[in-house]
Design a protein around this ligand. Structure first.
Ligand code: GDP
Length: 673
């Protein structure tokens, strides 16, 4: 017999780490909500039973606000696992048990995995596991997923419960009078409406109907027949509690939790949290928080882009140009390969893919630092602080998370919007995230900076980030009042404790992201480089070109180039580069390199002839703000859920990019020339 066990818990409770320990599979360990949205399954190891472990997305409650919550509870309700492993961050036990009180209503056997016990012990707190079991009606095991302690006990407990110990009696967590009201409502459902969700666990069904949970109501054919009874019951709860129903229910849950915690935990030594508190006083200070954050980001970009670039770019370019290309030409020449094959390989593939690979060390450094900020718990604090600001612009502090992830790549950034509960804010964030410059656009800025702005490269790149922030906020403000109108969320973000990032985690994250980048270089960019080389070396009549401006690409570039004349880059090569940039932003540089491959002086000289400093700036602004690459567009379409919003987003992004570049070029060229 095969058993099914679900792993449920809050984000950041160590779920991914525990899942890996329990199944032994090698999965990516991330720290942001959104990473574990996908359903993961694995076989539980070290047990004689056949047990499949299903990893549910990290959630704070079973409310129907985010997709994660809906996914999780639908799974628990519809697939009825044999057991839920409820992972609880014991160092934040109060907040984590909130979900537990809701899971208890699902009428499914449970075991509580009290994780982060290493942290709890350091804090000098003791947890009485037996007392917890008595109070909650199901067993708890103390573990540390990171140190891999207690895992065997947990596995044994799981095996025992699924096989022969399924009967668990959960206590009533609400006050007696409230329980009575629920009971009355349950009886009413049973007698008067026997066909309403008969398969749902009884308490869950009653609570959710009383809460007027949209998801649950939508599953009833005609819920209007129930509404009167629901309203009556709500009234009773309101009268008894003196509070609105949602707050009252949440409040009773917390009262139950506080009471149990007081009975089951004991402090053995003085809290050593003082250092953390001191740190928070500085990092989350009203006035200092944002300057500190921008200082961090400035240092990170300076180190990753300028310093790392200085060390690596020269060497890699030398290797590609003077070693690889020269030797391949010689090698292929000696075996009698045709000239066009040598040209395809050298000017097409190696020049195209190579131009992108040159920037890998800088991206690695960038990912490395961002990953450290995420894992240490700092990003969650920044998101918390940002909540105050973002709220003014129709967004939530949580919108900040996708945007920071979008610094690496817009695709995971846009995907991370799934954890925003509020649909309006979620869609808006998905549309605004591409305005935050992704890592793939960085090479273009650096290239332009190295040609035109040698003395203030960092300033140029920094100014772009500033502009993208201004665009995000002003667009958020405008769109939240127009296209994406609706109610705001009232969500407050959690603040996890500071943690020392684990170097293995950080490196895994860097590798995961770089891998994605390399895979794209090896597939889309490789293919596009080959296609591009053909388009560039053949005429419309499929003849080899005599000079570059007869090619298919040039013909097309010339057709669209006039559109960009008012922006200062009406040159056909620039237009072609923008077109190929739709495939992937890295292609912009590859294209410019391929197009100018034959010219003496190479890419840098060619660029200094195509652009002026002002038009170069206008060009990078256009790239910064115009619609993202194919992969990100596809992700945006998926997250927006309909074509209407998608087309609006694309038109908005392109239109805004065009307008701002136009203003910059028209004003700039009058001032500086
Ligand atoms: P998830 O978001 O719930 O999947 O959490 P992760 O598994 O990604 O863990 C979040 C962070 O907590 C990571 O940095 C883990 O290394 C860390 N972590 C997980 N379990 C433990 C633990 O038992 N003790 C400590 N100290 N850290 C842990």
């Amino acid at each position: 017999m095969k058993f099914k066990v679900a792993l449920a818990g809050n984000p950041n409770s160590g779920k991914t780490t525990l899942f890996n320990c329990l199944t032994g599979s090698n999965l990516y360990v991330g720290n942001w909500p959104g990473v574990t949205v996908e359903k993961k399954e694995g076989d539980l190891k070290n047990t004689s039973e056949k047990i499949t472990l299903v990893d549910l997305p990290g959630i704070y409650s079973l409310a129907p606000y985010s997709m994660d919550e809906i996914v999780s509870r639908n799974f628990l309700l519809e697939e009825r696992p044999d057991l839920i492993i409820n992972i609880i961050d014991a160092s934040n036990i109060e907040r984590n048990l909130y979900l537990t009180t809701q899971l208890m209503e699902l009428d499914c056997p449970m075991v509580g995995a009290l994780n982060m016990m290493d942290v709890v012990q350091k804090k000098g707190v003791e947890i009485d596991v037996d007392a917890l079991e008595k109070l909650f009606g199901f067993p708890f095991v103390e573990i540390s997923a990171q140190q891999e302690t207690g895992i065997d006990d947990l596995i044994k407990m799981v095996g025992r419960i699924v096989k022969n110990d399924k009967k668990q009696e959960f206590p009533k967590i609400f006050p007696e009078q409230i329980n009575e009201i629920f009971k009355e409502f349950e009886n009413l459902l049973q007698n008067k409406f026997p066909n309403v969700l008969p398969d749902y666990p009884r308490i869950f069904r009653a609570v959710k109907l009383i809460e007027k949970d949209d998801e649950v109501l939508s599953k009833i054919d005609d819920c209007s027949i129930l509404l009167e009874d629901i309203e009556k019951t709500r009234k009773k709860i309101e009268v008894f509690s003196g509070n609105d129903v949602d707050s009252a229910i949440a409040d009773y849950r917390y009262r139950f939790i506080t009471a149990t915690i007081n009975m089951a935990t004991r402090k053995t030594k003085e809290n050593t949290q003082q250092f953390q508190e001191q740190l928070d006083k500085v990092l989350m200070n009203r006035y200092a928080a944002l300057p500190i954050f921008f200082l961090f980001m400035f240092i990170i970009y300076y180190v990753s882009i300028t310093l790392v670039g200085q060390v690596t770019i020269g060497g890699i370019t030398w290797f590609i140009k003077d070693v690889l290309i020269v030797n391949i030409a010689a090698g292929l020449g000696s075996i009698g390969a045709a000239d066009w094959i040598i040209a395809l390989i050298n000017d097409g593939i190696i020049t195209g893919v190579g131009a992108v690979l040159t920037f890998v060390p800088q991206l690695m450094a960038l990912f490395f630092f961002i990953s450290i900020l995420e894992d240490s718990g700092y990003m969650a604090r920044v998101a918390f602080i940002m909540d105050r600001i973002f709220r003014h612009f129709g967004l939530s502090g949580k919108s900040f998370i996708p945007m920071v992830v979008g610094l690496g790549c817009s695709v995971p950034g846009i995907m991370a919007t799934r954890t925003l509960e509020n649909e309006r804010e979620r869609k808006l964030t998905a549309v605004l995230t591409p305005f935050i410059s992704c890592g793939a656009k960085m090479p273009i800025y650096i290239l332009m900076a190295s040609v035109f702005f040698t003395t203030n490269q960092t300033l140029l790149v920094f100014s772009l980030y500033l502009i993208s922030l201004i665009v995000v906020f002003s667009s958020g403000f405008i769109l939240s009042k127009t296209w994406f109108k609706g109610a705001d969320s009232g969500y407050l973000l959690e603040i996890p404790p500071f943690r020392l990032p684990k170097i293995k985690n950080t490196l895994t994250q860097v590798w995961e992201r770089i891998k994605e980048f390399l895979v794209r270089a090896g597939t889309i960019i490789f293919a596009a480089s080959v296609v591009l080389w053909f388009l560039q070396n053949f005429t419309l009549g499929f003849q080899m070109v005599q000079s570059a401006d007869e090619s298919i690409l040039a013909t097309f570039g010339k057709v669209i180039a006039p559109i960009f004349v008012p922006l200062g880059f009406g040159n056909w090569m620039a237009s072609v580069a923008l077109l190929t940039g739709i495939a992937a932003k890295e292609m912009i540089i590859s294209t410019l390199s391929v197009l100018t491959a034959g010219q003496a002086g190479g890419l840098t000289l060619a660029i200094s002839q195509i652009f002026t400093p002002v038009s170069a700036y206008s060009f990078v602004i256009f790239i910064l703000l115009a619609s993202p690459c194919m992969a990100a567009l596809a992700t945006m379409r998926k997250e927006l859920g309909n074509w209407r919003d998608f087309f609006f987003a694309v038109v908005y992004q392109l239109g805004l990019a065009y307008m701002i570049s136009l203003i910059i070029y028209q004003v700039g060229s009058r001032i500086f020339i």
